[in-house]
Design a protein around this ligand. Structure first.
Ligand SMILES: [Zn+2]
Length: 157
């Protein structure tokens, strides 16, 4: 498979995150590429990876604190300051940032949801309540099977 061309925005993200010592895995995950691929690209772009994480500038700190408190996604903030999401979250709270309701890409998390272990696949998933013990993946697979059975029964009539 031929690799997609990098967009200028992706290239600048690789340069910024790479220079901020973000793990190659994380950069790759964000861009849908392999760690080796983004690393090679970083080098090809002339990026230099410093030995230690540079200190946060005053404006970075302000941005992390203000935007974090305003409920902006930590992913976006991390991108803006060229750090990892985890680093930005740690920084936000170490600066005295208030705990906040986190918004996810798919919208606001429902208040009653709780992480439970799926009875079928043993993976953690956000459960809607004590009655909800099968993760969305498994329940989808389940309803597909039911549909198939239904179809084959209907076909024999
Ligand atoms: Zn499951």
């Amino acid at each position: 498979m031929k690799p997609r061309k990098y967009t200028p925005a992706e290239e600048s993200l690789i340069l910024r995150m790479g220079a901020a010592r973000a793990p190659w895995e994380e950069i790759g995950r964000r861009l849908g590429r392999t760690p080796g691929n983004v690393r090679a690209k970083f080098t090809a772009l002339g990026g230099v990876r410093p030995r230690a994480t540079p200190n946060y500038s005053e404006s970075d700190d302000r941005l992390i604190l203000e935007q974090g408190a305003a409920g902006r996604s930590f992913d976006k903030i991390a991108e803006a300051v060229g750090r990892t999401r985890g680093a930005v979250i740690t920084r936000h709270y170490s600066l005295g940032g208030k705990p906040r309701v986190q918004r996810h890409a798919g919208g606001r998390k429902k208040s009653k949801t709780k992480i439970r272990v799926c009875l079928r696949c043993d993976r953690n998933f956000p459960s809607r309540g004590i009655f909800n013990r099968i993760c969305p993946n498994c329940s989808e697979a389940n309803s597909r099977v039911v549909m198939e059975i239904h179809d084959s029964v209907a076909g024999t009539v």
